[in-house]
Design a protein around this ligand. Structure first.
Ligand SMILES: [Zn+2]
Length: 58
C-alpha cells in the first residue's frame, strides 16, 4: 500500500521525506525504504529538494 503524499505538486516518500516530481519515483522510493530501511541512491538521486525531516526508522 502506497503512502506517498502529494505536497505542493511533488510526491513525498513517507519514510525518508524525499520529494519527487513523479508518483512512480516516490512509490519506488517508499517501497525500497520500507523493505531495506535505507535509501536507494539510484532512486534518491531523482529526488528534488531536501528531506522534510530527518530520517527516523521505526
Ligand atoms: Zn524514501
Amino acid at each position: 500500500m502506497a503512502v506517498v503524499k502529494e505536497v505542493g505538486g511533488l510526491w513525498v516518500c513517507e519514510y525518508c521525506g524525499l520529494k519527487y516530481e513523479s508518483r512512480e519515483l516516490a512509490e519506488s522510493c517508499e517501497a525500497w525504504c520500507r523493505r531495506h530501511r535505507s535509501c536507494n541512491l539510484e532512486i534518491a538521486k531523482h529526488a528534488v529538494g531536501r528531506p522534510l525531516r530527518r530520517l527516523v526508522w521505526k
